[in-house]
Design a protein around this ligand. Structure first.
Ligand code: B12
Length: 134
């Protein structure tokens, strides 16, 4: 399975991105890592070009909301119905309840939302979701 990943917007936190790349490869995914400072449109272009099964976005600096709220518009513009959309990291500035964050990002069009949680736990959830879908 192919996964496009990277860090959204003007976010330069690179460490998690490297760990995500390695962890995905270890789980058998083909990884297309766009790295830090990647705009939503660039992610979608890469998903289309690579015919990816999953778009896994990381955000650490708390600005994901501003960079990701147009996902629904892009999903409507292109046929991305078979793609699984996941986001994780630090999805807010400061302490915001997870009960507020998860529905917000699901409304933007993400299937899986992982806020301040363990990477492997998140990737287990992704694999379970893909298995259920197939
Ligand atoms: C190192 C660091 C920096 C370095 C980054 C160097 C680099 N090139 O990577 C520098 C000093 C440059 C930096 C800059 C800034 N930083 Co900084 N930084 C950190 C710090 C100390 C560690 C981040 C890190 O590498 N952790 C190690 C990795 C492995 O852990 P992680 O990032 O948490 O990722 C894990 C999980 O989140 C998860 N995960 C991540 N993504 C995803 C995605 C999915 C799908 C899943 C399932 C899981 C997942 O998996 C990872 C492994 O377990 C954190 C504080 C902290 N202790 O976490 C602040 C922190 C992330 N930074 C912060 C901020 C605000 C900034 C700045 C905006 C500060 C400023 N005013 O300039 C700038 C950002 C500028 C920008 N354009 O992005 C805040 C973010 C606040 C928020 N979200 O509420 C933090 C939390 C500090 C704080 N407590 O305020 N930073």
């Amino acid at each position: 399975m192919k996964v496009v990943t990277g860090v959204v917007g003007n976010d330069i936190h690179v460490v998690a991105n490297r760990l995500i790349d390695i962890s995905l490869q270890e789980r058998g995914f083909d990884v297309f890592n766009l790295g830090v400072n990647t705009y939503l449109e660039e992610f979608v272009d890469a998903v289309i070009e690579t015919d990816a099964d999953v778009l896994l976005i990381s955000s650490l600096n708390g600005e994901a909301e501003g960079w990701c709220r147009d996902l629904g518009i892009l999903k409507n513009r292109f046929d991305l119905s078979k793609v699984v959309f996941m986001i994780g990291g630090n999805l807010s500035v400061g302490e915001v309840s997870i009960d507020e964050i998860i529905p917000k990002f699901k409304n933007y069009g993400f299937d899986l939302v992982s806020h301040q949680s363990d990477l492997n736990e998140g990737l287990d959830k992704l694999e379970a979701f893909l298995k259920e879908r197939s």
